[in-house]
Design a protein around this ligand. Structure first.
Ligand SMILES: [Zn+2]
Length: 316
């Protein structure tokens, strides 16, 4: 398949906004073959030696690298608008968890397809996704062409920890590197308040053995910070550190309530933060101290969280 995107304005990624120029982009077999100065159709090299299977006229449009939605739950796209105007814990315990028990693998498959369609239309070409029935999500990712890091969300407060961990390990073994490398995997312990220290240690052992990163929710609400403080005498990030998770590559979603010492520790351990502002505001969780994180040298990405706690999967 040869695709030509003709006469589109290219936005350079080196921060040099003055270097914008009109270009033609050739794509062959799913890879960019060239980016060259735009040649009018009637010039000698016009249209860069076709024939092309498809020509996309880019005039008046901007081409830029794909966006990354670093934290989402595609299986929840069908739950958009269910449980509005509630704080996180009520939303989660009284609305989401009961209805999620009803979701089948087929529900999650269609939900993921819908979510991926919305993301691709919004320029997102890569996502970090955590949920259950993840084989169905992986199939949707493989079919659509998006790139994704997938993790089976796991916790052990319901007593189903080891079963979930087994499924999570199977997901990593079954899908790592699939779809021409577009699918990678991670282990996804839900959060410090839904996972016991023993369960987190087991998860960390498996992540090290499988050589996959950790994807987790951290310090999302003041209620979580209070609960972890009372139970363990430390912060959510401190609790994860005590159980070995920060010795692994880790993506930490939210991090709304981070103390100065947490930010220093996160920077030392190169924890990658995912800022999810719309979700944090919708659920009344607060506003993450992003300027302080950036000043400490942390890598901060953006996430929507699920459509159920945002209502959109649009990074813009
Ligand atoms: Zn989330």
């Amino acid at each position: 398949m040869r695709i030509l995107i003709s006469d589109v304005v290219s936005l350079p990624t080196n921060g040099n906004s003055g270097a914008k120029q009109r270009v033609d982009i050739g794509v062959e077999d799913g890879r960019i073959a060239f980016i060259a100065k735009h040649m009018p159709r009637d010039s000698e090299q016009g249209q860069h030696q076709g024939p092309w299977d498809r020509v996309i006229v880019g005039r008046g449009r901007l081409v830029l690298p794909g966006l990354v939605n670093a934290h989402t739950h595609l299986g929840m796209t069908l739950l958009r608008g269910y449980g509005d105007d509630l704080p996180l814990m009520v939303w989660l315990q009284e609305k989401m968890w009961p209805i999620e028990e009803q979701l089948t693998a087929e529900d999650v498959y269609w939900s993921a397809l819908l979510g991926i369609g919305e993301m691709l239309k919004g320029g997102v070409t890569t996502c970090g996704d955590m949920y259950f029935h993840m084989d169905a999500v992986a199939e949707a990712v493989a079919e659509t062409g998006i790139r994704a890091s997938l993790s089976r969300g796991i916790q052990d407060i319901s007593g189903s920890g080891l079963k979930g961990l087994g499924e999570a390990v199977d997901l990593c073994r079954g899908w790592q590197g699939a779809a021409n490398g577009r699918i990678t995997t991670a282990l996804g312990p839900h959060a410090p308040y839904t996972c016991s220290p023993e369960f987190l240690q087991k998860t960390a052992d498996w992540a090290a053995r499988l050589e996959v990163p950790i994807h987790i929710h951290v310090a999302e609400t003041t209620a979580e910070v209070r609960e972890i403080g009372e139970k363990y005498g430390t912060t959510p990030l401190g609790m994860l550190s005590a159980n070995g998770l920060l010795d692994l590559p880790m993506t930490a979603a939210h991090c709304v309530h981070m103390e100065e010492a947490d930010i220093v520790l996160a920077a030392q351990k190169e924890v990658r933060i995912v800022h999810c502002p719309t979700s944090n505001l919708k659920l009344g969780s607060g506003i993450a101290p992003v300027p302080k994180m950036l000043a400490a040298g942390l890598t901060v990405g953006l996430g929507t969280d699920s459509a159920a706690s945002n209502n959109r999967l649009d990074i813009w």
